[in-house]
Design a protein around this ligand. Structure first.
Ligand code: ADP
Ligand code: G6P
Length: 482
């Protein structure tokens, strides 16, 4: 069976989040670009690979006429919405995916398990399976993404078999996969793993996540894992691998050249003349270590009071998952800490911290990355962290320094080119920041070249084509070694 990704019908991508999120404004439907690393990585694939993208539009659309309108608006992006009733979507997305699974995947303690969200999670995975099994044809490659849809491979395989359709199913996880002992905390731990093991190929961001998963399959299910990268379970061979996700660096290079961004860079440089600019861009999420970041910056200002008027941290905290209690509480906490820091360190010349709790346009984001002397990323756990790649993509001229938590997946690959630190150690963070702002030119150049090479080689297009190629090979020879 041959697979050409040139024909749209031959590749289906499935994720909970579509590239555009739909909202109803004054009765009319409006769509805006979704944020997050998954959308960034998959959007970066669109130049080189054609596919149809299925997912939840982010809003309940009940009336048939309204559904047609949403379908039409997403059609131009090759996106197909899977409509969900709002209570069901709420329990699946906020309830199970983001209040139960997300914390477990990121090593947060305390299990909030409850049966209602779990039932909703199962139901949504079934509805996705129905829609994809209808849309797929024999020979279609189906690539499922992320923790919202871990049961989908199993549900989908059954439906495809019932309909006599032979398709390859791949799955990519965009979060860490925790060590087995941590995963065991989840009461439905086995169901989710079994759901994934109906895939032909499962991709992870790092070898560590991949190995944690393989070990869990062996210890929880007794699966055969003697051969590296292979899992033998219920007469099926499942391949696993690390696939380095990336961005489309050319998109940043092109945007940087536009007059709008060049003007903005000029204005920002004028505004911060004689100062060092540090940038941070994160979804407002506890895994991004924003509390730790602000505390670390506070320590830095205490350690170097002479720099209060010479340094500014511009922190963009993109609103995220605002219906989840933990995210609401974090937002309040961050506002309080930000206020305290400026109360303590502000001078008549200005405030050292600019904390923005809102989404910024892509052009503004690019300008900010470009003017910053350093980028500070403090994740306590993070699947990869594509912001680190984006900062590098915008620094070809200035060779700014990446100050990167050792707990971001990206640190696995970028350690030599960045200044690593432990995010909970405010002293270490303060020292890392000081070192970054005082790095000699030769070392700055060396580190930057390392990062530039990595970011421009490991693009989202390469990530996608490597995965798709391997998935199609798996399909042609499903019993061949991985
Ligand atoms: P995560 O996936 O956890 O949010 P990443 O760092 O991997 O973390 O990815 C975040 C992505 O969200 C980046 O590609 C970043 O550019 C993007 N982003 C940040 N702000 C916005 C915004 N206002 N609109 C759209 N995307 C945004
Ligand atoms: C992470 C997840 C993605 C998710 C993104 C944004 O990157 O791995 O699956 O899309 O965060 O979160 P959201 O809840 O807005 O989809």
């Amino acid at each position: 069976m041959g697979y050409s990704t040139d024909a749209k019908r031959n590749l289906i991508i499935v994720s909970n989040r579509l590239p555009l999120s739909v909202k109803r404004v004054d009765g009319a439907f409006e769509s805006s670009l979704s944020s997050g690393g998954l959308v960034t990585a998959l959007s970066g694939l669109t130049k080189s690979t054609q596919f149809r993208w299925f997912g939840w539009p982010g809003i309940e659309v009940k009336e048939l006429q309204d559904q047609k309108e949403v379908l039409k608006s997403l059609e131009q992006h090759n996106a197909s919405p899977i409509f969900l009733d709002s209570d069901l979507a709420h329990e699946h997305y906020n309830g199970f995916s983001n209040r139960i699974l997300w914390p477990i995947l990121h090593y947060q303690s305390g299990v909030l398990y409850d049966d209602t969200p779990w039932q909703a999670y199962k139901r949504v995975n079934e509805l996705f399976a129905d829609a994809i099994a209808d849309a797929a044809e024999s020979g279609t490659l189906i690539w499922v993404h992320d923790y919202h849809l871990m049961l989908l491979p199993e549900l989908l395989r059954k439906r495809l078999q019932d309909r006599g359709k032979a398709c390859a199913i791949g799955f990519s996880l965009h979060t860490p996969f925790p060590a087995g002992d941590f995963w065991r905390n989840l009461p439905v731990r086995k169901h989710l793993i079994e759901g994934l093991l109906s895939s032909d190929l499962i991709g992870f961001h790092t070898d560590e996540y991949k190995q944690n998963f393989i070990d869990t399959c062996a210890s929880l299910l007794g699966a055969g894992t003697q051969i590296p990268n292979q899992i033998q379970y219920k007469n099926r061979l499942v391949c696993t691998d690390k696939f380095i996700v990336g961005i489309d660096p050319q998109k940043f290079a092109d945007t940087l050249k536009t007059p709008e961004v060049q003007d903005r860079i000029k204005t920002l440089k004028e505004r911060y003349k004689g100062m060092k600019v540090i940038v941070g861009v994160d979804r407002l999420d506890y895994i991004k270590g924003l509390t730790q970041k602000l505390k670390g910056f506070d320590s830095f200002l205490e350690d170097h009071p002479e720099l209060r008027t010479k340094v500014v941290l511009i922190q963009v905290a993109v609103p995220s998952r605002e219906d989840v209690k933990e995210y609401q509480e974090l937002e309040t906490e961050l506002c309080t800490i930000a206020g305290k820091i400026n109360g303590k360190h502000a001078t008549p010349e200005g405030t050292p911290l600019l904390y923005m709790h809102r989404s910024v346009p892509f052009t503004e984001l690019t300008a900010l990355y470009s003017v910053a002397d350093a980028c500070l990323l403090t994740s306590t756990r993070d699947g990869m962290n594509l912001v680190s790649f984006e900062y590098v993509a915008c620094q070809e001229q200035n060779h700014g320094v990446l100050v990167l938590s050792e707990f971001a997946g990206a640190a696995t690959f970028m350690r030599d080119g960045s200044i690593p630190f432990h995010p909970a150690n405010t002293t270490e963070m303060s020292e890392a920041l000081f070192a970054a702002l005082n790095l000699d030119d030769k070392e700055r150049q060396r580190k930057f070249e390392f990062l530039w090479d990595f970011v421009t080689k490991n693009t989202s297009a390469k990530w996608g084509s490597t995965f798709i190629e391997k998935l199609s090979r798996r399909c042609s020879h499903s019993s061949a070694p991985c």
